[in-house]
Design a protein around this ligand. Structure first.
Ligand code: UDP
Ligand code: MG
Length: 233
């Protein structure tokens, strides 16, 4: 059984995946721990799936899950977590914006003090149309959830197995995983991580992310805190 699982949601990321697999290997091999890489092809319409099939020949640690259609990042993470066998589970975006060499640095934090460590893209390499809404989103989420984080929606996160497996992720809840974990009583921490510009392909979330984010936060509050006491709301 692998000790570490890396879960990667991928929607039309054919050009990034070969380099990503190479970087993951380069970062994890020196750890001398067994690991698996689970890439969830979220109904891609480019060559993501054929590219993954080809990569399997070179990377026996690679496991591929493929959705028949595009179900969204939350669904991809949810299925990836269910499949993951490691005691420590990491998530990375497929587009090379997250740096796999952060994994060995997050691991000791999970071993020592946290159940979930969320990446903080302190210096972001994204357009302003994304970074400004994101700041507001993070501030409001922080105030409403009662957990102080700078960057809730970083693709790079590490989990102890129990934390990842206990999260029920659907809809757009992938933006709130630290909140859900915190409300379950898990110890949630934050670590500044390197962030890189997107090299290939394009972002899958437009300006709609801004509005959807708030509706989703309200939804989370309704379905978690007030589920059994709706009149208190
Ligand atoms: N993604 C996915 N399904 C989707 C949209 C995105 O699996 O429906 C993946 C995507 O391939 C990437 C990650 O989620 O690995 C983050 O997406 P993206 O880079 O477009 O988001 P951004 O960096 O713009 O927030
Ligand atoms: Mg990205």
């Amino acid at each position: 059984m692998p000790e570490i699982s890396v879960v990667v949601p991928a929607f039309n990321e054919q050009d990034s995946l070969p380099e990503l697999l190479r970087q993951i290997r380069e970062s994890l091999q020196p750890l001398k721990r067994s690991y698996e890489v689970i890439v969830v092809d979220d109904g891609s319409t480019d060559n993501t799936l054929p590219v993954l099939r080809e990569l399997k020949k070179e990377y026996p640690e690679l496991k591929v899950i493929s959705f028949r259609r595009n179900y969204g990042k939350s669904a991809a993470l949810s299925v990836g977590f269910r499949k993951a066998q490691g005691d420590f589970i990491f998530t990375l975006d497929a587009d090379l914006q997250d740096d796999p060499s952060e994994i060995p640095e997050i691991l000791p934090l999970l071993e020592k003090e946290y159940d979930l460590v969320s990446g903080w893209k302190k210096k972001r390499h994204d357009p302003l149309s994304k970074t400004i809404p994101s700041r507001i989103f993070n501030l409001v989420t922080s105030l409403m959830s009662g957990i102080r984080l700078h960057d809730f929606n970083c693709g790079l996160k590490g989990y102890r197995k129990e934390a990842a497996k206990s999260l029920e992720i659907y809809g757009e809840l992938h933006r709130f995983l630290p909140v859900l974990a915190h409300w379950h009583g898990f110890r949630v921490g934050e670590k500044v991580v390197r962030h890189r510009p997107r090299r290939y392909g394009r972002s899958k979330f437009g300006i709609s992310r801004f509005f959807n984010g708030f509706f989703d936060l309200l939804t989370v509050i309704f379905i978690t805190r007030y589920k059994t006491s709706p009149l208190h709301m």
